[in-house]
Design a protein around this ligand. Structure first.
Ligand code: M6R
Length: 615
């Protein structure tokens, strides 16, 4: 799970690569490196740390000239994050340079073989093995770089997005993909290579996304040629016109991407239902469902697979689908599902939820379900991502790029799309009256404005954050639709502030977690007026009598919980099934402020990466 960038053309490669790497740091940020070809030699600089550290080192240490170069920002898989293990890696001759995102699983046996033939290795990485394998093939088979890459890749097992160039032939970069994403931006006699389109968006809107098992020779003065790595078949590049713009991928005046993305939610939710929710006509239009309506309506059950925050959105969806569409739902961690031997039939519909569309476990779960005959529907944010391409049908959330590692707008837009789906299916199945349906549609249209109101609690939440910023533990409680929100609140806090936090269904507290409660323990309780309100009030009383500190998220005008709690944050009134779209807002803001106050790196928390493209 790393970010890769390459450039070949008429501009200075250095600023393009460095800026590109900074935009890709969401993919990994434990070390970074760059290699530039200046017309005679390759200048390479790499370091443990972030792209900013690389910039400082490279600008003092190497010549930055050249119109050809590659760069890498890393999330370590093989070998600890240090200068030597950072990419790019040279081949033994010093002619070939590679950057790699992925894992070569059989690298040890290849390394042994190469060592016998006299190769030496500086790093502990699988990538250095791969570049030397390419060199060995090139030498022994007397083939060009493209062919050498192809032959070598047919010997490796694993996943990769790679870019390789040869000092002896500096008019081309060879790229290949299996399992990790790779985009080629096409300019006027110049090419950009990257893990996604963000590094080249200001230079070109035209891009080709490589499919799995494809490679390309990107050569100056020539059109891109794609071929299949396995059998050499020619593949024809589909040039896409990108919809991204620069402003979407920059911070826009906010201190952090996470805060920007929290504040983008009213718009993002609106963009999710725009053109789909036609409240005045009483219609929900979703092409991916309309074309496969029978599959959904006749489904024995829906299985939802996802990871992390997307899994929490899946849990909310379980309540929504069962409640509104009366279809049985099972929600599975993709990483568990893929290694069980799940009972799946062609009457099952599998919904895969993923912001990035690149999560390895989710992708593997999809493949398994497809093999067993299920119909697979994807809910993704990133257009053209691997999951979006692998599924039988799907719906994009249209949330815009989410850069902060902590997912925020992805969660609320996923819930929005899943709600639309459940409402549409419930209507088709005749599960509720016309008037109820209209009531839902009208209220969904009100949600962006209500999220905006929920965001106005920000100053109050900052004050609350200051009180609890030094806590070591936190408990999050919710019931029904808001139990998954409690899990999500706890995940947000632990991933960016490193405070231990647990989410629980409020009623489960007395089966164990209540033992943790003392005067040091902040308990965040979601206590909206719909859905088991009185029972949550009892849970709050149980906490209070054990001296726990209560921060409650309540519906505006609440009196009972307000009386009991140490702090209350109000959200506007809404239909019960839509409350997660509002209750999650204060929890996102709370974790954000606590992380800032603890001087944590909000957008790039330690040990994490935005897309988890490895198991
Ligand atoms: O891109 P995906 O939605 O498939 O990612 C799944 C998880 O890796 C992701 O939600 C992760 O848990 C976030 N860091 C949570 O904020």
């Amino acid at each position: 799970m790393c970010g890769i960038v390459g450039y070949i053309g008429h501009r200075d490669a250095y600023p393009i690569i460095v800026k590109g790497l900074q935009r890709l740091e969401y993919r990994g940020y434990d070390s970074a490196g760059i290699a530039l070809y200046d017309g005679t030699s390759i200048n390479l600089s790499k370091t443990k740390g972030k792209v900013e550290d690389l910039k400082n080192k490279a600008e003092k240490g190497i010549s930055l000239t050249g119109n050809l170069g590659v760069g890498h920002t890393r999330w370590a898989t093989h070998g600890v994050p240090n200068d030597v293990n950072s990419h790019p890696h040279y081949s033994n001759s010093g002619d070939l340079v590679i950057i790699h995102n992925g894992i070569i699983e059989n690298y040890e046996s290849i390394k042994k073989e190469l060592t016998k033939r006299g190769y030496t290795f500086k790093s502990d990485t699988d990538t250095e093995v791969l570049v030397n394998l390419i060199e060995e093939v090139k030498k022994t088979e007397e083939v060009k770089l493209g062919q050498a890459v192809q032959i070598a890749l047919n010997q490796v097992v694993g996943a990769y997005a790679i870019a390789v160039f040869d000092k002896q032939k500096p008019d081309e970069i060879v790229v290949a993909k299996l399992g990790s994403p790779l985009a080629i931006g096409i300019g006027e006699n110049e090419f950009f290579i990257a893990s996604d389109a963000s590094p080249f968006i200001e230079f070109t809107n035209n891009a080709v996304y490589l499919e799995d098992q494809e490679m390309a020779i990107v050569r100056l003065g020539k059109e891109i040629k794609l071929r299949k790595i396995k059998d050499d078949a020619i593949a024809y590049p589909k040039i896409l016109e990108l919809q991204l713009n620069l402003e979407q991928i920059e911070k826009g005046g906010y201190d952090h991407f996470m805060l920007k993305e929290i504040y983008e939610q009213p718009h993002a939710i609106l963009d999710t239902y725009r053109g789909r929710l036609l409240a005045d006509q009483g219609i929900i239009r979703m092409a991916g469902i309309d074309q496969h309506l029978e599959k959904f309506v006749n489904a024995n059950r829906i299985i939802i697979v996802a990871c992390g925050t997307s899994w929490h959105a899946g849990l909310v969806a379980e309540y929504i689908f069962e409640d509104l569409a009366r279809i049985p739902v099972e929600v599975e961690y993709a990483s568990e599902f893929r290694y069980r031997n799940p009972v799946i039939t062609d009457k099952d519909v599998l919904i895969a939820i993923s912001q990035s569309g690149e999560t390895a476990d989710t992708l593997a779960a999809i493949k398994l379900a497809k093999e067993k005959g299920a119909f697979v529907f994807g809910v993704c944010n990133v257009v053209g991502s691997s999951i979006a391409r692998e599924t039988d049908a799907g719906a994009y959330t249209h949330a815009g790029p989410e850069i902060g590692v902590a997912s925020t707008k992805a969660f609320t837009t996923q819930i929005t799309i899943l709600t639309l789906m459940a409402l549409k299916l419930g209507k088709e199945k005749g599960e509720f009256s016309e008037s109820k349906f209209h009531e839902y549609l009208a209220e969904l249209e009100n949600i962006p404005a209500k999220v905006q109101i929920a965001l106005e609690s920000n100053p109050l939440i900052e004050i609350i954050a200051d009180v609890y910023k030094d806590s070591s533990n936190c408990l999050y409680l919710g019931r029904g639709y808001n139990f998954p929100v409690a899990l999500e609140g706890a995940l947000k806090l632990k991933e960016i502030s490193y405070i231990h936090a647990e989410g629980y269904p409020a009623a489960e507290m007395k089966h164990g977690p209540i033992a943790l409660i003392d005067e040091q323990m902040p308990v965040i309780v979601i206590a909206t007026n719909k859905g088991h309100y009185e029972k949550v009030v009892s849970n709050i009383q149980e906490i209070k009598s054990r001296k726990g500190m209560i921060i409650a998220v309540v519906t505006e005008g609440d009196e009972q919980v307000t009386e009991l709690a140490d702090h209350v944050v109000e959200i506007p009134e809404t239909i019960e099934s839509l409350t997660p779209l509002l209750t999650t807002i204060p929890l996102q803001l709370l974790s954000y402020h606590i992380a800032v106050m603890r001087n944590c790196n909000v957008d790039q928390p330690r040990n994490l990466a935005k897309s988890v493209t490895v198991e």
